[in-house]
Design a protein around this ligand. Sequence first.
Ligand code: GDP
Length: 297
Amino acid sequence: MFENLSERLSGVFDRLTKQGALSEDDVRTALREVRVALLEADVSLPVARSFIKNVEKKATGAAVTKSITPGQQVVKIVHDELIATLRGEGDPGALKIDNPPAPILMVGLQGSGKTTTTAKLAKRLKEREGKKVLMASLDTNRPAAMEQLAILGMQIGVDTLPIVPGEDPVQIAKRAKTQASLAGYDVYMLDTAGRLHIDAELIAQAAAVRDVANPRETLLVVDGLTGQDAVNVATEFDDKIGVTGVVLTRMDGDGRGGAALSMREITGKPIRFVGLGEKMDAIETFEPERIAGRILG
Ligand code: GDP
């Protein structure tokens, strides 16, 4: 499959070190290999370019060029820079859920894994933090999606707001809020409607729900395998709705995780969680070290 970056670089440096100390040109040659590795990992071209520029500044110092293992030194600098870029501020897993009932708005395209992620996070809040959680589906266009959330709720032992036919998403959000207050829930999660593409109606609906719920967290769920598309989706949702974090799903797949780097660089939004499968426990808080390792191969 992919050639490991360290191997790739050691090949380059084997050739170079025979000629004595490394020049800046040698480092540049090595960084071209890094760039290829980033692009193969699905990092977008402008992001790969600006990333390499940063690394180049650090890698042309004497400590690297005079080192007896310049390949490893460059890999370490690349690795550290990746982690620094991927890391957001604070603990990605710490959701703002003080002042009960705390609303969490879940947004994203249809098929991104939004409903699954809603249930996974609800289960986590219940089991790890002892929170009483209410989930509500706002996907009035797709009764099957509403049913799906109810079924997942039963599986994980988390309540869902009863479905009342004919209500619109804003009415459901209001009812969820009232129910959460009256019945002493710590958190209520609003699983908004998804569509295959972002359109004006989707955004208007999510914005209307946001305005009534006043969410403490707005989490955007995106398919981590969709690379640059995931970044475009995030940019648009953040511009129109405002998101407090991103959940990258399908990180159990073959992808190398480059979308994570592009996501951080382009949107500046923290990646909070990664989805690692279909099961209800298959979610973890985002760890930059793991993704960096994957990107570098
Ligand atoms: P929604 O339309 O955005 O609500 O998407 P769903 O939550 O219904 O998920 C669509 C499909 O993706 C379902 O079959 C999920 O089991 C699956 N899925 C969700 N998250 C993950 C993940 O992290 N990894 C894998 N492999 N599948 C996932």
